[in-house]
Design a protein around this ligand. Structure first.
Ligand code: BYC
Ligand code: FE
Ligand code: FE
Length: 473
């Protein structure tokens, strides 16, 4: 089938790129601009060292990766789509059951382009946010994991730029250029979504971002894998296989910080992990609260006509739309979304189609709760029985959607400004917390060593030991 990847061309691909000279030329023109972008705002530390990275060699599930040392700028970014599914049908909306599209229908062109651009924009944004982190890496294996995430986010940008250039003509080419012109956190040309303009200068933030924000990626890609636009679906299906590693970097990274905190607590007479240079459990909880909130925002408004249009047209489904749902039309059905009216939070019914962002957010929240349970088992496993991590309500600390103009406590109860002001430092990172965490960020660049505030990982990469030469110096 098509799963084998052609590495002989300038742009590795499994889409028979050389048969479309125009497209190939356009992408080859974009390639040097991408490399310039990578050099100037991609990873700034160990940028020319050999890193032990995986590269895709096929799109078959399992066994698609090859590991070896490579300098990041020499990474073979390319265009890899999952194999087409035979006789695939539209998963949801008005045209559910009809054959999927291999071209963009004119009436949906702008909608589709917008979604692809938003998705694309997050990928380079995250690389920009993380570009200095290796400077204070807690171990060389962690630096390697960061770089693996970074090169794959770079590839995700390629994945979306391919769609823009292949299916959206001149507009698509312009958008592809703009994707290299916006900058995370820039006043004039910021990235599109909030979370991707936040600074990321410490590893507690990086792990939280990979756990919670990359997980938004998982769910958005999952919903786009259900898309009626088949090239988008196939692209997202392969991206999801790469995404799994990013999530595990976040989940395992935070778990290691937690385990270390528990160990230090038991060494200190006051059970104070900070006294021994760790990140205490309540501080980790604050980072969780912050990044869970920012990542929930990425699902958009609870009640959204955009989301209804995406669903009705078949452009975006719910999580596992074709497998887990029976009703793919959703007309004449409602769901409850707690809504603030006259200063009170009341249950209100809305057309289900208008709540598709909320449906996806529910799937995401459920997945996050699953990880929380694992973390709490790890905390108990380390001998701490009087502390449990928890996730706040999805209404807590929101800046997008209908809860953004109100304050809620961690349980989702509506509270007034004064209560919020009095409590927020207990719930969210304070300047002092940030300064403390930042003060721990001293580099451990010695092979096989690990910073004091984080436990060593239990396993290395691809069967290698923790003290393997993940970065050649
Ligand atoms: N920040 O009706 P609504 C990833 C805007 S992460 C700023 O709810 P919609 C990754 C919204 O654009 C996955 N603005 O909108 C992770 C709209 O503006 P306009 C990224 C926001 O369209 C880590 C307005 O508010 N993929 O891959 O239903 C590392 C009204 O809102 C935000 C996608 O997002 C926000 N947080 O929903 C690397 C998938 N939220 O148009 C990578 C594609 C909303 O009125 N995107 N707004 O000016 C979408 O499907 C949708 O655009 C959204 C928003 C779900 C994001
Ligand atoms: Fe990505
Ligand atoms: Fe990711």
């Amino acid at each position: 089938m098509m799963s084998s990847i052609n590495y002989d061309e300038r742009i590795p691909n499994n889409v028979d790129l050389s048969s479309d000279r125009r497209l190939q030329k356009a992408l080859e023109r974009w390639q040097p601009a991408f490399l310039d972008w990578w050099q100037s705002v991609g990873p700034q530390v160990f940028k020319n060292n050999d890193i032990f990275l995986r590269t895709a060699i096929s799109t078959d599930p399992g066994g698609w990766a090859q590991f070896g040392h490579v300098k990041m700028p020499d990474y073979r970014w390319g265009i890899f789509l999952a194999d087409p599914e035979k006789d695939r049908r539209i998963a949801c909306g008005e045209d559910a059951g009809k054959p999927v599209w291999n071209e963009v229908p004119g009436e949906y062109r702008n909608m589709l382009k917008r979604i692809i651009v938003v998705q694309a924009d997050t990928e380079p944004a995250s690389v920009e946010q993380q570009r200095w982190l290796a400077d204070c890496a807690p171990s060389m294996m962690d630096a390697r994991n960061l770089f693996q995430v970074n090169v794959e986010e770079g590839r995700h940008l390629w994945a979306m730029v391919y769609l823009l250039q292949a299916y959206f003509g001149r507009d698509g080419r312009d958008e592809a250029d703009e994707l290299l012109a916006r900058r995370s956190g820039d006043d004039d040309k910021p990235r599109i979504l909030d979370a991707f303009n936040q600074p990321c200068t410490d590893w507690l933030t990086f792990f939280s971002f990979a756990m919670f924000t990359d997980r938004d990626g998982k769910y958005q890609l999952g919903s786009l894998a259900e898309s009626a636009f088949d090239p988008l679906s196939r692209t997202c299906r392969f991206m999801l296989t790469e995404e799994a590693h990013h999530l595990s970097v976040g989940e395992m990274g935070l778990e290691r910080v937690m385990r270390r905190a528990c160990q230090l607590m038991q060494q200190d007479s006051n059970q104070d992990a900070r006294a021994l240079g760790g990140v205490d459990l309540p501080t980790i909880q604050k980072w969780i609260n912050h990044w869970y909130g920012y990542s929930l925002d990425l699902f958009g408004a609870e009640v959204s006509t955009n989301a209804a249009d995406y669903f009705a047209s078949g452009i975006k489904g719910r999580w596992r739309e074709s497998k887990d749902y029976d009703d793919h039309n959703c007309l004449g059905t409602t769901r409850v979304v707690p809504t603030v009216e006259d200063g009170m939070l009341i249950d209100k019914d809305y057309e289900l189609r208008n709540c598709m962002n909320e449906e996806l957010r529910d799937s995401y929240a459920k997945d996050c709760h699953r990880v929380l349970r694992k973390w709490n088992r790890a905390v108990r496993d380390e001998g701490i029985t009087d502390f449990e991590f928890s996730l706040p309500s999805t209404r807590f600390f929101r800046r997008q959607g209908q809860y953004a103009n109100h304050h809620f406590d961690r349980d989702g109860k509506l509270i007034d400004q004064a209560t919020w002001d009095a409590k927020k430092d207990d719930w969210l990172p304070t300047d002092d917390d940030r300064a403390y965490v930042q003060s721990l960020m001293t580099p451990v660049h010695e092979q096989g060593k690990v910073a004091n505030w984080i436990a060593a990982p239990r396993r290395g990469i691809n069967g290698k030991p923790f003290d393997f030469e993940y970065v050649r110096r």
